[in-house]
Ligand binder design. Sequence first.
Ligand SMILES: [Zn+2]
Ligand SMILES: [Zn+2]
Length: 137
Amino acid sequence: MNEDATPTLRGGCECGAVRYEARGQPYHRTVCHCTTCRRTSGAPMVGWFSVAAAGFRFTQGEPRRFRSSAQAVRSFCGDCGTPLLFKRDDLDEVDVSICSLDDPEAVRPEDHTYVRSRLGWAPMADGLPQYPAARED
Ligand SMILES: [Zn+2]
Ligand SMILES: [Zn+2]
């Protein structure tokens, strides 16, 4: 297979201090409604996609990190606060926030997760599948 067939997605935070690139086919494209995504973003929901951990690297700056649950660490820009990455300890993959991409239209969500925590006023009239919690639950 031609190596050029592997897409490289680029993005970073709002202020430009942190930049990254993610190589590989994005999967598990979701809009997450969980309370942690909500609080860490200040938004009603957050779009995420997954790539293999080996395909992701920060190309500029270093994000701040914090453990948002017993099993996962989140990364964000320490200057402007943009949420960038979610990484579960037990998985060899990272979740990247879709809206930190230079071109967020390039990765379209395929479902909604944690809709049990969805805010009553957050719109969802897009016809995508909905899961009460994680997709595998
Ligand atoms: Zn920033
Ligand atoms: Zn979430």
